[in-house]
Design a protein around this ligand. Structure first.
Ligand SMILES: Cc1cc2nc3c(=O)[nH]c(=O)nc-3n(C[C@H](O)[C@H](O)[C@H](O)COP(=O)(O)OP(=O)(O)OC[C@H]3O[C@@H](n4cnc5c(N)ncnc54)[C@H](O)[C@@H]3O)c2cc1C
Length: 454
C-alpha cells in the first residue's frame, strides 16, 4: 500500500495496512503490531499537508468505524453525539441534519475524518467560536497494548484521565488510536452568507470590527491585487428562517434542497470549477503571466448574498490541488503581518496564483490548540502543487514566526519542539504520552519533530 497526502506533499510505504471492521479488530491489530515491533498510525482522509499520518509501520484506515453510536439530547436543545472516529465530516453533517442538529462550527471543507480533523486542530472562523477540538466532550481510544480507555472533559481536573483527554482530543494521534468521538452539537441553524469585494486597505485597517461584527468572517486576496473578497456568515433569526423555508417549499409542500445558489461565488466560479484548474496550468507553464491571471481572477469576484443550512454555507469544494502553510497569530499582530506579506509578495515578484486566506477564532484552553490562551487570527498561504513554493513559504513563515505565530499542525511548516515549547505545555504532553505509550509505538518522524520524545 502506498500513501500520498491530498496535497502531494508527503508519501509513505507502510509495512502493513489494515482497515478494521470494528473496535475489537482494531485492538487486536494494534496489539499485534506493537508486539511485532512496528509503529502504529491511523490515517483519516490524508488531508494533512504535513507528515502527521505518515508511518513505516502499521497504517490504519478507520473508514469502517463510521456513523452514529449514540445521541443524547439535552433540555437546552444541544446534544451529545458519539460517532465512530473514522466518520467523514460530510457524513457527520448529513447525520446531524437528519436529527435536526449541526456542528457549532466547521472548517472550509468536509472531506476529513472527525478523528483526523480534531487531531491536528482543524478550525473554521469566528471571533466567538473555537476550533473543532473545543466541541469534543469525550473520546474512546485504543492504547498500544490493545486496551481501551474512555476519557472526557467530565473527568476530574488534573487527573490522569482528564490529562489523557487533553492530548487525545488534539494530539496528532500520539496517545492512542481514537475509535469514537463524542461531540457537543447544537440545533440546526441557517446562515446568511454575504460576499463583498472591498479595497484591501479597508479590510486590513478595519479587520477587528469585521471579525467582531459577524458570527464568522473570512477574507481572501489574490497576491499583487488590491481588493479582497470577504465572506461574513451570520445566523438568521427564527422569522427569517420561517420565511426562507416557505420560499423553498414546492407545490406539494416538500422542501427543495438548496442548489448551486447556496454556494459562494468564489467557490462556484473560481476555486471549484475548471477555471482555477486552467489558470493553474497556465501559471505553472508561464509564471510571468501570474500577475495578469490574479488580476483577472480578482476582477470576476462580485457581491452576493444567500441563506442556507450552516454546513452548506461553511463548506466549500477544493478540486485543484495545492500546498498550504497556515499560522495562528495573536490578533493584534494581524494587520502588520498582512502588510508585510503583501510588501514581500510585491517586491519579490513571486508567481503565486492562489489566494491568501485570513480567518479568526476565540481563545481556548485545549493544551495543543493553536488558539490556546489567546484570541487568534489565522493567515494561510497556498501554492499550486506543481509550482515552486519554498521561497514563498520560507518568507511567509519568517514573518509569521517573528509575530509570535504558531503553525497549524496539519499544514506545512519547519518548527520543532524546541521552537514550540514556549507556546505549549510540551513537558505535560510528554508525561501523558510516556504513561500510555512507554515503548513509543505511536511515534513517527513528525511527532518526534514537533512534540519531542515522550
Ligand atoms: C483542501 C483542504 C482544506 C482544508 N481546510 C481546512 C480548514 O478549513 N481548517 C483547518 O484547520 N484545516 C483545514 N485543512 C487541514 C485538515 O483539516 C487537517 O489536516 C486534518 O487533519 C485532515 O483530516 P484527515 O481526516 O485527512 O486526517 P489525516 O491527515 O489523515 O490525519 C491527521 C492526523 O490525525 C491522526 N489521526 C487520524 N485518524 C486518527 C485516529 N482515528 N486516531 C488517532 N489519530 C488519528 C493522523 O495519524 C495524523 O496525525 C484542510 C486541508 C485540505 C487538504
Amino acid at each position: 500500500m502506498n500513501f500520498t497526502t491530498w496535497g502531494r506533499t508527503y508519501a509513505a510505504a507502510p509495512a502493513r495496512h489494515a482497515e478494521p471492521q470494528d473496535e475489537a479488530e482494531l485492538r487486536a491489530l494494534v496489539a499485534r503490531a506493537a508486539a511485532d515491533g512496528l509503529r502504529v498510525r491511523a490515517v483519516g482522509a490524508g488531508h494533512s499537508f504535513t507528515d502527521a499520518a505518515v508511518t513505516d509501520g502499521l497504517m490504519l484506515g478507520l473508514d469502517h468505524l463510521s456513523g452514529l453510536e449514540s445521541l443524547q439530547r439535552r433540555p437546552d436543545g444541544t446534544a451529545l453525539v458519539t460517532v465512530g472516529a473514522g466518520t467523514r465530516l460530510h457524513r457527520l453533517n448529513r447525520l446531524l441534519a437528519s436529527w435536526g442538529l449541526a456542528m457549532r462550527n466547521l472548517g472550509d471543507i468536509d472531506r476529513q475524518s472527525i478523528a483526523g480533523a480534531i487531531s491536528t486542530g482543524t478550525h473554521g472562523t469566528g471571533a466567538r467560536l473555537g476550533g473543532l477540538a473545543t466541541q469534543v466532550r469525550g473520546v474512546r481510544l485504543v492504547l498500544p497494548d490493545g486496551s481501551v480507555r474512555s476519557v472526557s472533559d467530565g473527568d476530574a481536573p488534573g487527573s490522569p484521565d482528564r490529562e489523557l483527554f487533553e492530548v487525545a482530543r488534539l494530539g496528532l494521534g500520539s496517545v492512542g488510536i481514537l475509535s469514537a468521538v463524542t461531540l457537543e452539537v447544537v440545533p440546526a441553524y441557517l446562515l446568511r452568507s454575504t460576499e463583498r469585494v472591498r479595497p484591501w486597505d479597508e479590510v486590513v485597517g478595519g479587520i477587528d470590527a469585521l471579525f467582531d461584527g459577524h458570527d464568522r468572517f473570512d477574507a481572501y486576496w489574490f497576491p499583487g491585487t488590491d481588493r479582497m473578497l470577504t465572506w461574513s456568515h451570520d445566523r438568521v433569526s427564527a422569522a427569517e428562517r420561517a420565511e426562507h423555508e416557505a420560499s423553498r417549499r414546492g407545490p406539494a409542500g416538500a422542501l427543495r434542497t438548496a442548489g448551486a445558489a447556496a454556494r459562494s461565488f468564489l467557490d462556484d466560479e473560481v476555486l471549484a470549477n475548471g477555471v482555477l484548474g486552467g489558470v493553474m496550468q497556465v501559471a505553472a507553464a508561464a509564471p510571468r503571466t501570474v500577475p495578469r491571471l490574479n488580476a483577472a481572477c480578482a476582477a470576476v469576484l462580485g457581491d452576493r448574498t444567500h441563506v442556507a443550512p450552516s454546513d452548506r454555507v461553511m463548506v466549500t469544494r477544493r478540486r485543484v490541488r495545492f500546498a498550504e502553510m497556515e499560522y495562528a497569530l495573536p490578533r493584534a499582530a494581524l494587520g502588520e503581518v498582512l502588510r508585510e506579506l503583501d510588501r514581500w509578495l510585491r517586491a519579490a515578484g513571486e508567481p503565486v496564483p492562489f489566494p491568501v486566506e485570513v480567518r479568526c477564532t476565540a481563545a481556548d484552553d485545549v493544551w495543543l490548540s493553536t488558539a490556546r490562551g489567546r484570541d487568534t487570527a489565522y493567515v494561510a498561504v497556498h501554492q499550486y502543487h506543481r509550482m515552486p513554493r519554498e521561497r514563498y513559504f520560507r518568507a511567509a513563515e519568517e514573518i509569521f514566526v517573528a509575530a509570535g505565530g504558531r503553525p497549524h499542525w496539519g499544514k506545512l511548516h519547519t518548527r520543532t519542539a524546541a521552537d514550540l515549547a514556549d507556546h505549549y505545555p510540551l513537558d505535560d504532553v510528554a508525561r501523558v504520552r510516556a504513561a500510555v505509550d512507554p515503548g513509543g509505538v505511536l511515534r513517527n518522524d513528525y511527532t518526534d519533530r514537533v512534540l519531542g520524545l515522550p
